[in-house]
Design a protein around this ligand. Structure first.
Ligand SMILES: O=C(O)[C@@H](O)C(=O)COP(=O)(O)O
Ligand code: ZN
Length: 216
């Protein structure tokens, strides 16, 4: 389907509605964060410099799978990262990138485990997010960030960007948002728990959850 066809209007409305909800709940401040949906070989993405709280569905950008602008507003400076994620995960149809406070705080901690930046404290985190690797720091919009994300995205749909925020690709936009919120809540728990010894889910418990997911 072409993004200028029947799907684009509905997708643009979905993006604007989700942006308003994310912003109203304080999940990304100011003019941070970006959202996108893939339709065929085209991607509808939020414009650069926009607040997710006041998106105009008629003023989004359309880019191709290389991150090049096709039409509409000037795309997010992370257009290349969104395109890279869709290339790496061909079934993905929605991406959410947030600067949610607790996730950003965790992304700034020294000595984070780069393979798993947050422990699987709850079943919901394990099911929605899984293992969350840390992408090294790059300036926003740096093409090297897209390269690093594309490589990691072949194995992971959710990542924490060092000193920056979270990014999630999923089968649809709302599922990506659910996982991004779960990252934020788990980051909050992690910081609330501080130095208290914790009891993350065991490998056996994680394995049982994975089996249930496969059967669902
Ligand atoms: O952190 C950044 O600057 C970007 O990753 C971001 O969140 C907002 O940039 P735009 O989508 O270009 O507004
Ligand atoms: Zn950002």
């Amino acid at each position: 389907m072409n993004a200028h066809g029947a799907g684009v209007g509905a997708v643009a409305e979905d993006i604007a509605r989700l942006g308003a909800s994310i912003f109203a709940r304080g999940l990304t401040p100011g003019r941070t964060g970006n959202l996108s949906c893939r339709i065929g070989d085209e991607i509808v993405v939020t414009p650069t410099g926009a607040s997710l709280g006041s998106l105009d569905p008629c003023q989004l950008a359309i880019i191709d799978l290389e991150g090049r602008p096709i039409s509409g507003a000037q795309p997010s400076k992370e257009a290349g990262m969104h395109a890279a994620l869709y290339r790496a995960r061909p079934t993905a149809r929605g991406i959410v990138h947030l600067h949610s406070t607790h996730a950003v705080a965790v992304s700034c901690l020294a000595d984070l485990d780069e393979r798993s930046a947050l422990p699987p404290l709850t079943a919901y985190f394990a099911m929605r997010v899984g293992r969350l690797p840390l992408v090294p720091y790059f300036a926003p919009g740096d093409p090297a960030l897209s390269v690093a994300v594309e490589e990691m995205a072949r194995e992971h749909h959710a990542m924490l960007l060092a000193n920056h925020g979270s990014v999630v690709a999923a089968d649809d936009l709302l599922s990506a948002a659910d996982a991004a919120e779960e990252i934020e809540e788990t980051a909050r728990l992690r910081l609330l728990l501080g130095d208290s010894p914790t009891r993350p889910l065991t490998s056996a418990q994680l394995g049982a959850l994975a089996q249930r997911k496969e059967r669902a």
